[in-house]
Design a protein around this ligand. Structure first.
Ligand code: NAP
Length: 271
């Protein structure tokens, strides 16, 4: 049963490719876009979840829903997704670069293979796909790329060093692309969510039980604000008043103070 959030995107894309569509914010993007009659290409590793979602969306909204099973930590599998983005037969006019992960802990205590996977998915794959989509869309003179970053990208974050650094890359890269591709008719926006209720924290090993409910947003709300942001041509979209305040405070705080605060908060979360 598909539940539609009240907040809907006013935009209309023909066909969107969404990475990380099997859960959380990516799943919400897929549902919202399908409800706006946008055909979807759903990308992640979990084939049966994608197949179930594709069937559900195509039946409910009379759209085309493809699945593309790919591990975005593997360069050859990312290339298959990039090839789909440059395919002119069924052109994709919106890329939602949403797949991402992170691990919590001091770098030296974390598995190096896991940390490299974070960089591969959050940075290398995101970059490869933005390049492929940006080139194809610029040739067609129209399109959109929505990169999902995080408020974590506004500060160096001890105990999330790799994750926060990858998101700083996503935000900086997206802002530059926003300017580069604007004259070619391609809108690039960066969505920087704060705490959003998904599987992310459980998978990452973050302990978030003590964080009050009021600090959280739903994945549907975040995705809807992201789609509304790119429809308005915004470069950076921070969803919700609390996250905006947080982001502005982070930007205004001197770096030595900020990294002490982020470290203290992370250590408090461990207790
Ligand atoms: N939740 C938050 O509080 C929060 C806050 C700020 C930013 N974000 C960002 O929001 C985005 C979505 O995260 P979420 O919160 O929705 O988490 P989630 O529920 O864990 O979803 C992550 C998605 O990424 C996909 N993914 C992970 N590794 C992958 C890989 N190697 N290859 C292909 N797909 C992969 C997963 O699919 P499979 O497992 O099926 O492959 C899943 O669909 C991420 O970029 C995250 O950094 C989240």
């Amino acid at each position: 049963m598909i539940e539609l959030p009240e907040q809907r995107s006013p935009n209309r894309w023909n066909r969107a490719l969404i990475t990380g569509a099997s859960s959380g914010i990516g799943l919400a993007f897929a549902k919202l876009l399908a409800a706006e009659s946008t055909s979807v290409v759903l990308v992640s590793r979990r084939e049966s979840d994608l197949a179930d979602l594709a069937a559900e969306l195509s039946n409910a909204f009379d759209i085309e829903a493809e699945i593309l099973v790919a591990d975005l930590a593997d360069g050859s599998q990312v290339k298959r997704v990039a090839d789909r983005l440059t395919d002119n037969d069924r052109p994709i006019d919106l890329l939602v670069n949403n797949a991402g992960l992170g691990f919590s802990g001091d770098l030296v205590d974390l598995d190096p293979a896991g940390e490299q996977q974070v960089i591969q998915v959050n940075v290398v794959a995101m970059h490869h796909l933005a390049h492929a989509a940006g080139s194809a869309m610029a040739d067609r003179g129209r399109g959109g790329i929505l990169n999902v970053s995080s408020v974590a990208g506004f500060a160096a974050s001890p105990q999330s060093a790799t994750y926060a650094a990858t998101k700083a890359f996503v935000t900086s890269f997206s802002e530059a692309l926003h300017v580069e591709l604007e004259p070619q008719g391609v809108v690039v926006s960066c969505l920087c969510p704060g705490l959003t209720r998904t599987d992310f924290h459980r998978r990452a090993g973050y302990s978030v039980g003590a964080i009050p409910n009021v600090m959280w947003q739903s994945s549907e709300e975040v995705a809807a604000i992201g789609l509304a942001g790119i429809a308005k041509g915004k470069a950076v979209v921070v969803p919700g008043a609390k996250n905006k305040l947080l982001a502005n405070t982070m930007k205004a705080t001197p770096a030595p103070v900020l990294r002490r605060v982020t470290s203290a908060l992370a250590r408090a979360g461990e207790r």
